[in-house]
Design a protein around this ligand. Structure first.
Ligand SMILES: [Zn+2]
Length: 203
């Protein structure tokens, strides 16, 4: 069973342009592929964003992290160049799930912990996100090389380990908002994201 049903898609009209949302070949719900332009015209080395879900910011509009900022920047950049992919992966809380994330962030509320210290306080690993599924989707589309928008080299390494050559890492730095500077600083200093003070992510 293929991961993406190339024949079944719908238009998604966004503030940045009209994308195509494809049906998963296996009807699973844990990922979603968006393309700008038909997959049949996808460039040999496409511009790609692999986005892990963050319900709080992407759906509810939380301003505590930069996940939504990064998703919107990706849509904007893809529309500007005229082609590209967003592979959305349902892996909340750096892969730990929403329940663990809420437990951790409650400690942030109470004690002022940053995202790293909060995860440490409840004894869970900092980042268990996996990128194998994203790599398999890219490979299934017949692409082995991509340009990846990210600040997270763990993601780059994860894709490379699964057979996708990241020929260019496009720094994905969003506009700084004062309320997330400390969050971004924690990600940069404790989670190793290459931000120059921006981020790839996830509370
Ligand atoms: Zn987030």
């Amino acid at each position: 069973m293929s991961l993406v049903d190339h024949k079944t898609w719908c238009s998604i009209n966004t503030a940045f342009g009209s994308f195509q949302m494809y049906k998963n070949g296996n009807d699973r719900e844990d990922y979603c592929l968006l393309s700008y332009g038909p997959l049949s015209e996808l460039p040999k080395v496409p511009l790609v964003r692999v986005q892990s879900s963050c319900l709080a910011s992407e759906v509810f509009g939380s301003i505590d992290c930069d996940c939504r900022d990064q998703l919107e920047l990706a849509l904007k950049r893809i529309a500007e160049v005229g082609s590209g992919l967003v592979i959305f992966l349902r892996q909340e809380g750096r892969g730990q799930g929403l329940a663990q994330k809420i437990r951790a962030m409650r400690l942030s509320d109470i004690h002022g912990y940053d995202t790293f210290d909060a995860y440490e306080a409840i004894g869970i690993a900092q980042d268990i996100r996996e990128y194998r599924l994203a790599a398999l989707i890219i490979l299934e589309l017949g692409r082995t090389s991509i340009r990846l928008m990210t600040n997270n080299y763990r993601k780059v390494e994860g894709l490379i380990a699964c057979g996708v050559d990241v020929v260019k890492v496009v720094p994905h730095v969003c506009t700084m908002r004062p309320e997330i500077i400390s969050y971004l600083r924690a990600k940069e200093t404790k989670l190793g994201h290459r931000i120059g003070l921006a981020g790839d992510g996830h509370r």
